[in-house]
Ligand binder design. Structure first.
Ligand code: ADP
Length: 627
């Protein structure tokens, strides 16, 4: 018989796994049981909608068998089974090599416990077995197959006899070594405790023949009784009372079910009766999945109807801005054979989704209040998604999300909420000031920010592209409008200063007009600045598009050629010595004034973090000044 090779990626993973200093070999059992349970789920589901299946709920089971003599463990199920093609696709390759992608992205060393982290399922058997044999028959098929592999050389597939549909997996344990005792997996106590630890909630019985020793009244003459026992309690964790469960139970369930290797930031377990009756178990992961910000990411919660899973990723249960939430909803109000299309229209589901959204919001608010450090960790990971939520909903999600937002600020360099900002606004301050830039140090260097801070106003720092777009959608927070420090009219002066500015402006109108014209329409206006302290120039924008928005919009990939431009004004600082120089040039040397204007304009662009249109001209002008 021909031995087939594993696909290349599988080979690498197998190799890594077998040679890793892996400490949790015991999870192989959990993986096999989960697969068996999934396979039964599939057939059970079919049996509910198709009477020809003919298996009753109570007849479904997972059986374990330990054989000390031959050193084998057998896990069998009467689930859906696999066809020859399934065997090839499922056990010959690791179809979804998410773990490899993750490893590449994160540049982890070879010895990292990657297998345990991801539970690569079936392959974990090779951590304890030197040979694995799978007998399987797909439901509805008349052929059965035997798949066999030593995990290194590849695998073989041949036809075999098997009466009932389902799968039987036989592990031939590795030989014991000095460091590793594989024999322990042949002990009933070990297996009983592993099932309790990892698979207690599995909804189908996990059965095994268990030996009990009985003694007579005198405590003598031991007699061994053998009995088939169910090892798991079969109650799904979300059906249990909260008082019975510890954080650890919730976290273990999460890691196993949702293939994460880190504990979640927090969990929400809610039981609801009333207009909608359902149990929900929700988790906020501590890290974004490697594909979270990519197109491949699929949001959604698992959906159960009275304990039977009917959908793996029900996206209607989660708004996009909470797409990072993992978990499940179990409701008796939903019909089993509801289609995806019907589900969308389901009234119950809509009510549940609304409630789920509320509980997530409340949990996050609670976290922000009670454990700020943890909340900031959350926000650093998923805050971007919340801001996108406000932007993409055109502000409709504002009421849900605005209190959850945080921004770094000039207050003490830490992240603050809008509430905190507003609560310490100065008397007479009626706007929320913000400044945009690619990083905090860059923002702090902006000329426009100096005066605002000097006047004692706190400034929010917007370092993410979406920030300004999101607050434009919000318009205001608690009646306070947002104002960029780069806005044209900051209105920070006293009446006296205003008079003074007006006077100087009028005196220099002709010069400003000349300067504006010499910039060939690149700026709408040249004028006096009221917000500069020590810098000679800055740019401000008029109208709806700010300078930051121009930058962001033009850097988007879909924006091909359609450049967006803010209406810019070049602002001059009348108390800077350069201003005097300009004035004297206006009467003495207009050509030079035109050149200086170009230099100043280019400087202002650079300070804003924008590129200048003609760097060579700029360089030449500077050189001209030097020689
Ligand atoms: P995962 O369970 O994460 O998909 P596995 O490597 O554990 O990855 O299994 C790969 C696939 O093999 C499963 O998705 C399933 O289609 C199939 N499979 C594994 N075990 C069984 C089983 N006992 N019965 C039917 N199909 C199975």
């Amino acid at each position: 018989m021909e031995t087939k090779q594993f696909k290349a990626e599988s080979k690498r993973l197998l190799d890594m796994m077998i040679n890793s200093i892996y400490t949790h070999k015991e999870i192989f059992l959990r993986e096999l049981i989960s697969n068996a349970s999934d396979a039964i789920d599939k057939l059970y589901f079919k049996s509910l909608t198709d009477s020809s299946v003919g298996i009753k709920r109570d007849d479904f089971a997972i059986n374990l068998k330990l054989d000390k003599e031959n050193r084998t463990i057998t896990v069998s199920d009467n689930g859906i089974g696999m066809t020859e093609e399934d065997l090839e696709n499922n056990l010959g390759t690791i179809a979804n090599s998410g773990s490899l992608a993750f490893k590449k992205d994160n540049d982890l060393g070879e010895d990292v416990d990657i297998i345990g982290q991801f539970g690569v399922g079936f392959y974990s058997t090779f951590m304890v077995a030197k040979e694995v044999t799978v007998y399987t028959k797909a439901y509805g098929s008349d052929k059965a197959y035997k798949w066999q592999s030593d995990g290194v050389e590849g695998y073989t597939v041949e036809e075999c006899d098997k009466e009932q549909a389902g799968t039987e997996i036989v592990l031939k344990l590795k030989d014991n070594t000095d460091d590793e005792n594989y024999d322990k997996y042949l002990e009933q106590y070990e297996i009983q405790s592993l099932v309790k630890k990892y698979s207690d909630y599995i909804r189908f019985p996990i059965k095994m023949e268990v030996e009990h020793t009985h003694y007579d009244e005198k405590g003598e003459n031991p007699e061994i009784h053998k009995e088939i026992e169910t090892l798991n309690s079969m109650t799904p964790i979300w059906k249990k009372n909260k008082s019975e469960l510890k954080d650890e139970d919730y976290n273990n369930f999460y890691k196993e079910k949702f293939m994460d290797y880190q504990d979640p930031i927090t969990h929400i377990h809610s039981k609801n009766e009333g207009i909608a009756t359902y149990d929900a178990l929700l988790y906020i992961p501590s890290k974004a999945p490697f594909d979270y910000y990519s197109k491949d990411f699929e949001k959604g919660l698992q959906l159960y109807s009275s304990g039977v899973m009917i959908m793996d990723k029900c996206s209607d249960l989660l708004p996009d801005y909470f797409s990072f939430v993992k978990g499940l909803v179990d409701s008796e109000d939903l019909s089993l054979n509801i289609s995806r299309e019907m589900l969308q229209l389901d009234r119950q589901l809509k009510i549940i989704a609304k409630n789920v959204e509320k509980s997530i919001k409340n949990e996050l608010s609670k976290l922000l209040k009670n454990d700020r450090e943890k909340y900031i960790k959350f926000f650093d990971t998923f805050g971007l998604q919340l801001k996108f939520g406000i932007y993409q909903s055109y502000g409709a999600a504002k009421d849900t999300l605005q209190e959850l937002l945080m921004f770094p600020s000039s207050f003490d360099g830490n992240k603050v909420t809008l509430d905190e900002y507003v609560s310490r606004m100065k008397e007479g301050q009626d706007v929320i000031y913000y400044a945009c830039g690619e990083s905090i140090p860059r923002i702090e260097m902006l000329p426009q920010i100096e005066l605002v801070k000097d006047k004692g106003f706190e400034v929010l720092y917007f370092t993410q592209d979406v920030d300004e777009f999101a607050i434009k959608m919000m318009m205001e927070y608690k009646g306070k409008k947002f104002k960029s420090v780069s806005d044209g009219d900051l209105d920070l002066e006293t009446e006296e200063e205003k008079e003074e500015t007006k006077k100087t402006s009028e005196e220099n109108q002709d010069m400003f007009k000349f300067m504006q014209e010499s910039l060939d329409g690149k700026v709408k206006d040249v004028r006096l600045s009221t917000k500069l302290k020590s810098h000679p120039v800055c740019l401000s924008a008029e109208g709806n598009i700010t300078i930051e928005m121009e930058k962001v919009l033009n850097s988007m990939p879909q924006n091909d050629g359609n450049k967006v431009t803010a209406e810019k004004c070049l602002e001059l600082n009348p108390s800077h010595p350069v201003f005097e120089k300009l004035k004297s040039l206006y009467t003495a040397d207009k050509d030079k004034l035109a050149e200086y204007t170009k230099i100043l304009y280019s400087q202002a662009l650079l300070i804003e973090g924008m590129s200048i249109e003609n760097p060579v001209e700029f360089a030449n002008l500077i050189c001209g000044l030097m020689v």
